[in-house]
Design a protein around this ligand. Sequence first.
Ligand SMILES: Cc1cc2nc3c(=O)[nH]c(=O)nc-3n(C[C@H](O)[C@H](O)[C@H](O)COP(=O)(O)OP(=O)(O)OC[C@H]3O[C@@H](n4cnc5c(N)ncnc54)[C@H](O)[C@@H]3O)c2cc1C
Length: 446
Amino acid sequence: MNTDEKIDSDIIVVGGGAAGLMAAGRAAQLGARVLLLEKTDSCGKKILVSGKTRCNLTNSAELKDFISMYGDNGRFLFSAFHNFFRPELLGFLNNYGLATKVERGGRIFPVSDDAHDVVRVFKKYLAANKVQIELNTKVTGIAIQDNAVCGVKTQNGNYRSKAVILATGGATWPSTGSTGDGYKISAGLGHNIVKLKPALVPLIAHEQKLAQSMQGVSLRNVRATAFRDKAAVIDSALTPDCVYGRGEKRSPRPPVIESRFGEMIFTHFGLGGPIILLMSLAVAEALEKGPVSILIDLKPALTREQLHKRLQRDLDKSSKKKISSIMKEYLPAKMIEPFIELTGIDKEKLAHQITAPEREKIIELLKALRFNIKSALPLEKAIVTAGGVSLTEIDPRTMASKLITGLYFCGEIMDIDADTGGYNLQAAFSTGYVAGEKAAEYVNHF
Ligand SMILES: Cc1cc2nc3c(=O)[nH]c(=O)nc-3n(C[C@H](O)[C@H](O)[C@H](O)COP(=O)(O)OP(=O)(O)OC[C@H]3O[C@@H](n4cnc5c(N)ncnc54)[C@H](O)[C@@H]3O)c2cc1C
């Protein structure tokens, strides 16, 4: 280290997001002298945008189901969750005056619906335990001596410490400060970085004009199924009638990749909304191997036969009405024109003029609106980064690096990502807590 070294502390936490704030507070609570270095002008920026600014803190799911939301890497979290899980998190927040509530899908939010209240809790927690915070300080590297941490390098000079906790987050939503710095720093120390991929992100379709013509239309209670292959060759009868995806016990049979039921939206470039975000990582991974399509069942509650009967009845009942008028019963207004164009039927045609093949075409499209997927939006537009510091090089009981003594990881920088529902923040809080605790134990025995 240079002679221009700054504050001497026991532990330096790099990054003031959910994981870093928890780690800093816990380590200081155990008596360590903690310095938190944050590169932006305030801590907790991503907490503030989370859950549409309401902050979906965690989920009420049972531990086993909870863990399954992280896919295969979820096993890594067993130990951290054993130490600090939802009851501990909610108890901690409660102690600082933050009441929480459970909503649909087990999602847990502050009663106030205001993410600022979560950041305020951490401000109090860190102040109460005398964590020193330096804002606008970008860490550029970690100083190592004899394979052990001895401080960090920043743009404003160097800082000495006995341990460092890297909590720099992922590489999404860079305006919140998460620009992937920690990956470079870790790779520089010899850590393996599992390929970064966008998770929970909208998808770009080849049929952009079609999507654009329906832009802003939000659909509820629809089924989206991702298939391996071009949309045109998929047999729509393969659309399953159950959900396939993370957290589900059954696995789909090829060519099905994932199938989800719920809400989605058309955007100017393709598909977005909750069920599309959930399947985006699996789609992005499948795209590396070949074409992928998404078929949208606009009427999943009805079988083809039921739909057939209903349509025939409506056509008979309103035989003098235009087909575009009949479709009002089936589709949101903005979708009607593009939909009829897809069927190839003249929109001025009257109900009684609709032929049997045309009726079949309408039913086929209602059951399988087809999109070929070009790609996911880039990483910076994703909610979470999949990939990151390889879990094989981190001790799950302590969050310590297996390569460098005194180095700890927590939060999204690690190769952990989950579905929406509060799972990502719980992982950040739990791993932050463990990293803080174990780093404090380490420096206490220094
Ligand atoms: C729009 C959006 C909504 C979300 N909603 C939810 C939700 O409701 N529920 C949920 O569970 N998850 C949600 N997530 C995901 C969740 O917010 C993140 O997984 C979680 O916040 C990650 O926490 P972290 O502390 O690991 O990283 P971050 O919160 O990204 O924090 C990293 C911190 O490190 C700092 N930093 C980076 N590099 C350096 C450096 N070189 N030097 C110093 N400081 C540095 C950054 O400025 C930042 O403050 C959402 C994400 C987004 C983008």
